[in-house]
Design a protein around this ligand. Structure first.
Ligand code: HPA
Ligand code: ZN
Length: 337
């Protein structure tokens, strides 16, 4: 039997929870800093990597926002996105729905046009050259105000054709989804889809709020849903996808060890669980590494791995005909193995 990693990479998959700023590898951070004549507060790639020892979500966010300072112009965003898409393609990702945090960049004086222009040209290139399809999701930073989120949405209006949905990320505890009710309502009225991080560090009640108030189509993370049996039953009944990020959860101490992760139980309970990499440059692996890590730690079967890949296509924003074609391809690959 071939190693699990080869089988996992061969399966067509969608990646649905990926922050493009979280794909900034230390080597690229140094390259971009040199390009702009900037000094990083670390003497070497190794020293920077050693800073990736996180206690919780906030200790990660501090490093992640500091790292983003080297992203200054359209070419930087293009190169960052292009590098991620090549890595994802090598892992068998056929469709990527990518988050970006405009406020992290506009607050530093970087034009939204440079951000969307650079990410967008790399996405179109990957579609042409690698056959990798995509969607782009604009995330609001929840540690900032709803008014600031609303201004960001207004700024994005000329770029709506490039954007499929809005999301909500950054520091979860103390920043419940309900605080962003108006901006999500406006986004939905504009025809945008909605997703939100909920139940990563925050309570299960934030997941309910994301569903009821923000009317999301997916929950990002959502692992704390297990604390609320009624909510779990609802997620199963509505087949509401969770975009779970196993390596992220262990690195940010949501679970102490991968063996403690509840992904296997959520999957067995009938939830539409998907596996994703979140911020792969910071958490020690891209999407196939995440599949391999949970497969090993939880002893997932081949059928469960195939189910996770099939769930990722089902939970995507692809049109039904394309979903059907990928599901058929997954069955062929799984059957041939
Ligand atoms: N949670 C919240 N905000 C984030 C994350 C995350 O996992 N990654 C990047 N921004
Ligand atoms: Zn995330």
């Amino acid at each position: 039997m071939e190693p699990a990693g080869d089988f996992i990479r061969a399966l067509p998959k969608a990646e649905l929870h990926l922050h493009i700023e979280g794909t900034l590898e230390p080597q690229m951070a140094f390259q971009l800093a040199a390009r702009h004549g900037m000094a990083l507060p670390y003497p070497s790639v190794e020293a920077l990597q050693q800073a990736y020892d996180f206690r919780d979500l906030q200790s990660f966010l501090d490093v992640y926002y500091a790292g983003a300072a080297v992203l200054r112009d359209e070419r930087d965003f293009h190169d960052l996105t292009s590098a991620y898409l090549r890595r994802a393609h090598a892992d068998g990702v056929v469709h990527a729905e990518i988050f970006f945090d405009p406020q992290t960049h506009t607050a530093r004086g970087v034009a939204l046009e440079a951000v969307i222009g650079g990410i967008g040209s790399a996405l179109r290139e990957a579609e042409r050259e690698l056959g990798l399809s995509h969607r782009l999701i604009l995330c609001f930073l929840r540690h900032l105000s709803e008014d600031e989120a609303m201004r960001t949405l207004e700024q994005a209006l000329p770029h709506l054709q490039a954007i499929t949905g809005v999301g909500l990320d950054s520091a979860e505890c103390g920043n419940p989804p309900g605080r962003f009710a108006r901006v999500f309502e406006r986004a939905r009225a504009l025809g945008l889809k909605a997703v939100a991080h909920a139940g990563e560090e925050g309570p299960a009640s934030y997941i309910r709020e994301a569903l009821d108030v923000l009317k999301v189509s997916r929950i990002d993370h959502g692992v704390r849903s297990e604390q609320d049996p009624q909510l779990l039953a609802r997620l199963v009944h509505e087949r509401m996808p969770l975009t779970v990020c196993p390596l992220s959860n262990v690195r940010l101490r949501v679970f102490e060890r991968m063996e403690d992760h509840n992904l296997g139980r959520l999957l067995a309970a009938g939830l539409c669980v998907t596996v994703n990499s979140d911020d792969p440059a910071y958490f020690g692996g891209y999407v196939a590494d995440n599949y391999v890590a949970v497969q090993r730690a939880l002893g997932l079967s081949r059928e469960q791995i195939v189910q996770l890949a099939a769930n990722s296509i089902e939970a995507s924003f692809l049109p039904d005909a394309q979903k059907k074609a990928w599901q058929e391809r997954i069955r062929v690959v799984a059957g041939a193995a």
